[in-house]
Write a protein that binds this ligand. Structure first.
Ligand SMILES: Cc1cc2nc3c(=O)[nH]c(=O)nc-3n(C[C@H](O)[C@H](O)[C@H](O)COP(=O)(O)OP(=O)(O)OC[C@H]3O[C@@H](n4cnc5c(N)ncnc54)[C@H](O)[C@@H]3O)c2cc1C
Length: 464
């Protein structure tokens, strides 16, 4: 980057909020995926106006800009593929307005997701989307990836809570999209197009989110199975029986043992799989719902149905699930975690298919995830230094995505496409689907300068 350009960035952001030394920028060159690319500059925004000035500068100077929340993304979304500038949002953490009467909260996009509940609890409200990364991911990153979480089965995902947002468009214009009303149909659903846009269409700087009343009561249980198939079938049966638990998380034997080696969470090392299940709501109905769950799981290959009797027991079970990814990461030097998702009725086929693929290619796999949503995280445990194992893993990943598509599922339930799944998007949405996305991108960002090279490639003439 030219000296004069760096000087201009320092005028916009201030001297200390612009980094250009390689050693200072290392932390902004990777996320939780596998790619690492050094940017030419990193800037820390404090206001929407600064971001608007940045985009006007980028458009005049033809410099790529990549928005970044906390870099916890698992698909490479915040990697500066075309170098240029990484725009960090983590100084924009203010709560702008808490409106309990309308059950709304407006926050800056760099706020950490778990910082909402301590404010909302004063009015007996909570923010339902709770990705496993809730304590470090940002609201902007959650909206950009349409993040899901452990409560997605009953409460839905980020898109179900986004009401309004302030966005800086790629050429620097500032727009407010959506509305705080319960109903709003004035114009296209423009806030909707930004949910899951992976930082390609604009930079969200403020977001208004809906909140819900905290349920009166929660019942938690661990269902312990003798077979993978029993656990997968139980999920399908519970849904078919008309019960909607708030959480239904799946962990297979490899994941259970990785967790126990990482941290003792009282999980049974010899189980083929477990389901961590929670029902919530009014006290009597959540207890009755857990009774119905128990009836359904007992029809399958179950060894034990253990209800958590104390908050400590419940917390320990949930802690196990929350550390699952870190625990699997400690098994081998590297892992490839996917989020292929199918309809709940297809879970038994999906689990069996993943197991077959891993066995066929002789790769260690741990399977965990939001089974109640049909969203599994098959996690290949590998050593990227082992070329031969990498070749087998690449084949396994291709077969895994094909399996999800064949079962009418999706290649990504929540982590987005980014760089990691870009080669597979066409298989999911077809050439016409890609052309539509390219045209939308062209309309918002005619020079292809905002997070270029993610999700899909643009035709040559639009490449920065
Ligand atoms: C241990 C672990 C557990 C996880 N569990 C879950 C889970 O349960 N469910 C789930 O869905 N995901 C999960 N994730 C993935 C990840 O945390 C989410 O995708 C999260 O939403 C990313 O937030 P972030 O702030 O880190 O965003 P980043 O990774 O920094 O960015 C993600 C994308 O959003 C864009 N972006 C960021 N901020 C903005 C903004 N303000 N405006 C426009 N674009 C922006 C970036 O350009 C990038 O494309 C997990 C990750 C880890 C490491």
């Amino acid at each position: 980057m030219k000296k004069s350009q760096v000087e201009e960035l320092k005028v916009i952001f201030g001297e200390k909020d612009v980094l250009t030394e390689i050693e200072d920028m290392v932390a902004y060159s990777y996320d939780a995926s596998h790619v690492e690319i050094q940017p030419e500059a990193v800037v820390f925004a404090s206001t929407t106006e600064q971001i608007s000035q940045l985009m006007k500068f980028a458009y005049r100077e033809n410099v790529a800009v990549t928005p970044r929340g906390q870099g916890s993304g698992l698909s490479g979304g915040s990697i500066p593929l075309k170098k240029g500038i990484v725009l960090c949002m983590d100084k924009m953490k203010k709560i702008i307005d808490f409106d309990p009467a309308n059950r709304l909260i407006t926050v800056e996009a760099g706020l950490t997701t778990s910082d909402i509940d301590p404010i909302a609890v004063d009015a007996n409200l909570f923010y339902p989307p709770d990705p496993g990364s809730v304590t470090f991911s940002t609201i902007g990153g959650n909206v950009a990836e349409n993040a899901g979480g452990l409560r997605g089965l009953k409460y839905g995902v980020t898109k179900d809570y986004v009401k309004m947002m302030k966005v800086v468009l790629p050429q620097g214009d500032i727009v407010t999209l959506g509305n705080k009303c319960v109903k709003h149909v004035a114009g296209f659903n423009m806030e909707g197009i930004f949910v899951g846009s992976e930082g390609l269409l604009g930079i969200m700087t403020e977001v208004t989110l809906a909140l819900l009343p905290i349920p009166e009561h929660r019942e938690s249980a661990l269902a312990i199975f003798n077979s993978l198939d029993g656990a997968a079938q139980a999920v399908s049966d519970i849904i078919a029986a008309g019960v909607t638990p708030s959480t239904m998380e799946f962990m297979d034997n490899a994941t259970i043992n990785a967790i126990q080696n990482f941290k003792d969470c009282n999980l049974p090392r010899d189980a083929a799989a477990v389901l961590l299940i929670e029902t919530d709501g009014e006290k009597n109905s959540s207890i009755a719902d857990m009774g119905k769950v128990e009836q359904q799981v007992k029809k399958n290959d179950i060894r034990e149905f253990a209800r958590a009797k104390t908050t400590k027991e419940r917390d320990s079970l949930f802690e196990g699930r929350r550390v699952a990814l870190n625990a699997l990461a400690s098994v081998k030097p590297n892992l490839i975690l996917e989020d292929a998702t199918v309809m709940r009725s297809k879970l038994p086929e999906m689990v069996q298919g993943i197991t077959n693929i891993a066995a066929k290619h002789d790769i260690q796999v741990g399977i965990f995830g939001h089974a109640g949503d049909g969203n599994l995280h098959p996690t290949f445990l590998i050593d990227m230094g082992d070329r031969e194992e990498m070749i087998r893993t690449e084949k396994a990943v291709v077969e895994l995505f094909q399996l999800a598509i064949d079962l009418e599922g999706t290649i990504s339930g929540e982590h987005g496409i980014g760089l990691e799944k870009k080669p597979f998007l066409k298989d999911q949405i077809g050439a016409e689907g890609i052309a539509l996305l390219q045209n939308i991108k062209k309309t918002f960002d005619p020079k292809n300068l905002l997070n270029p090279g993610k999700m899909f490639d643009m035709p040559e003439e639009f490449t920065a």
